[in-house]
Design a protein around this ligand. Sequence first.
Ligand code: RP5
Length: 164
Amino acid sequence: MTQPLVGIIMGSTSDWETMRHAAEVLEALAVPHETRVVSAHRTPQRLYDYATGAADRGLKVIVAGAGGAAHLPGMAAAMTHLPVLGVPVESKALSGMDSLLSIVQMPGGIPVGTLAIGRAGAINAGLLAAAILATSDTALAERLQAWRARQTDSVAEAPDGEAG
Ligand code: RP5
């Protein structure tokens, strides 16, 4: 089995609909990754074990998504020196503003790289995780550049497909 380099964790299975976009990007870039449900509130021991063991298990980046009182990314960052990218999941009650503010307002000294609310944030967390790994992996850097070039090529020149 390939050693996962990115750990995608989320507070609930209900976050998967958002966080699967991070996994799909990593899949497309052939970045080995794992996905786990780890709740800061419901499974604190699981979070402790995951975060404190992540570096020793060979993970290089953690992508953490959570909604509402979204303490997962910050608590993970408190327990590992690995870069942690936080994805605010869109909550029902407050549309993800609660998640965003919970994740982004970390105290100085314990950083979480906070992305946008929802799907865009999950996609970009996957891309950023890949970009971090690509700084020391030339083949991955080439795959990432190719991915971006394909994205550029896919943008239509006119909204109706009729570039004039
Ligand atoms: C958070 O509470 C999770 O990250 C999720 O976004 C939210 C709701 O969780 P469920 O009640 O759907 O399990 O901990």
